[in-house]
Design a protein around this ligand. Structure first.
Ligand SMILES: Nc1ncnc2c1ncn2[C@@H]1O[C@H](COP(=O)(O)OP(=O)(O)OP(=O)(O)O)[C@@H](O)[C@H]1O
Length: 227
């Protein structure tokens, strides 16, 4: 039985690929309705852990549970509707913003699409805009809105601002904080310690595939130093 308020529980999760250990017996809880940052040096296993959460990667041994249920017991497409991933580079899939928002939700009404844009801090008038002309920050927020269109319970973000300039990154950070304040669980991979402190509630510190520290985001310097 997972603790109340837990979205994901990782139970002795190990991932091996090509004879290498990418994650080593990781045990961790990831809370619902909060933002958890995965931090640590390059190659520590952060993206691998993130990808386990919607089965883009599979453990070699150990188990991941979502809302108390082992992931292999859930239909993988249903899981990915409930746990959506947005990557580092914004990838737009159609020519027009409205069509992009409808990719995972073909019946999305225009009014609801406009509300989604507003939720990520973009004007409703952008629905008719060509995706080709969007700035990096606008494109990343359209990707967030597209992910939200399927009404996920958890958003997985892999370095969502690393490809953006400072102003766009700030806008996306603001959007993420608003989404968490609105009750969404977010799991965020970040290389950027000040950003993790600004956005996250909790941090998990990984190093060489091991979970070496976990705690409140305000203690991130101490948690990283002690590892
Ligand atoms: N399919 C794979 N086969 C072999 N090695 C892999 C595979 N996927 C990832 N790796 C290696 O596993 C290690 C962890 O990768 P991962 O992307 O999870 O780290 P990360 O902490 O997210 O790194 P970064 O911050 O650089 O993105 C890296 O050394 C990577 O090269």
């Amino acid at each position: 039985m997972d603790a109340p308020g837990t979205a994901f529980a990782l139970d002795h999760v190990t991932v091996r690929r090509d004879g290498r250990v990418l994650l080593d017996e990781v045990c961790a809880d990831i809370p619902a309705s909060a933002c958890t940052a995965l931090v640590g040096p390059s190659g520590a296993g952060k993206s691998t852990l993130l990808r386990l959460l919607n089965r883009l990667a599979e453990p070699t041994s150990g188990l991941v549970r979502f809302q108390g249920r082992p992931l292999p017991q859930l239909d993988v497409l249903e899981l990915r509707r409930r746990v959506a991933l947005v990557g580092q580079q914004p990838v737009l899939l159609t020519d027009r913003v409205l069509d992009d928002l409808r990719v995972g939700r073909t019946d999305l009404e225009e009014e609801r699409a406009a509300a989604l844009l507003e939720r990520v801090g973009l004007p409703a008038g952008m629905l008719e805009r060509a995706t080709a002309g969007l700035s990096g920050g606008e494109a990343q927020r359209v990707c967030l809105a597209r992910a939200l269109a399927v009404e996920p319970q958890v958003l997985l973000l892999d370095e969502p601002t690393s490809a953006l300039d400072a102003a766009s990154a700030q806008a996306v950070e603001h959007t993420i904080k608003d989404l968490v304040a609105g009750g969404l669980a977010v799991v965020l991979v970040s290389h950027n310690t000040p950003q993790a402190r600004r956005i996250a509630d909790h941090v998990l510190v990984l190093r060489d595939g091991q979970l070496v520290a976990a705690g409140p985001a305000e203690d991130i310097d101490y948690l990283q130093e002690g590892t």
